[in-house]
Design a protein around this ligand. Structure first.
Ligand SMILES: [Cu+2]
Length: 184
């Protein structure tokens, strides 16, 4: 009896083993088949801007930013504004290396920085702004070549921490900062 079951058991085991080997490239974090594409799937932000932004009657906040030398890094890694305040970012690309193109892209709180940074690599035709992720982008400057100055103006959203990144290919990993929005 057991001598007849053993081969069958072994066969099932072998098939399972083969199946496991077949998907060896991917980590086994998705046991169920998930046909939905991972990056263009509908984003599910925690509704950070659901509440209306209150009016702000103070002066605009202005900041001039620049890269650290020839590095993929902002000199200004954070700044603080108030909800409803006008924010004007001037980015001076003080780099001289012709490869050091930069921009400043302000993202929603909790935005998927990696997904946006990676999607941007395929968005050369759109100045490295990924259209599929526009709902996670609050504002952005144009891309700047070394020696150029670019700027953007927008209204600060509600209280929260909002990342900003450079979307030139590969830069987002180190070229990041945080816009803090705090109550008055
Ligand atoms: Cu950059």
């Amino acid at each position: 009896m057991s001598t007849r079951r053993l081969p069958l058991f072994a066969l099932v085991f072998a098939v399972l083993g083969l199946a496991a080997c077949g998907g060896g490239d991917e980590p086994a974090e998705t046991p169920e088949p998930t046909p939905a594409p991972p990056q263009t799937a509908e984003p599910t932000p925690a509704a950070p801007t659901a509440e209306p932004v209150p009016a702000y009657d103070g002066p605009a906040f202005e900041i001039t930013m620049n890269p650290v030398g020839e590095q993929m890094e902002y000199e200004q890694k954070e700044f603080t504004v108030h909800p409803g305040q006008t924010v004007r970012i001037t980015f001076q690309n003080t780099a001289t290396n012709p490869a050091m193109h930069h921009n400043v892209v302000v993202l929603q709180a909790g935005a998927n920085v990696n997904a946006i940074g990676q999607a941007a690599m395929g968005a050369a035709a759109n100045d490295y702004i990924p259209q599929a992720q526009m709902d996670q982008i609050i504002a952005h400057t144009p891309m700047s070549a070394p020696g150029e100055t670019v700027e953007v103006e927008f209204t600060a959203p509600n209280v929260g921490d909002y990342p900003y990144i450079c979307t030139y290919p590969g830069h987002y990993m180190t070229m990041q900062g945080t816009m803090h929005v705090v109550a008055e």
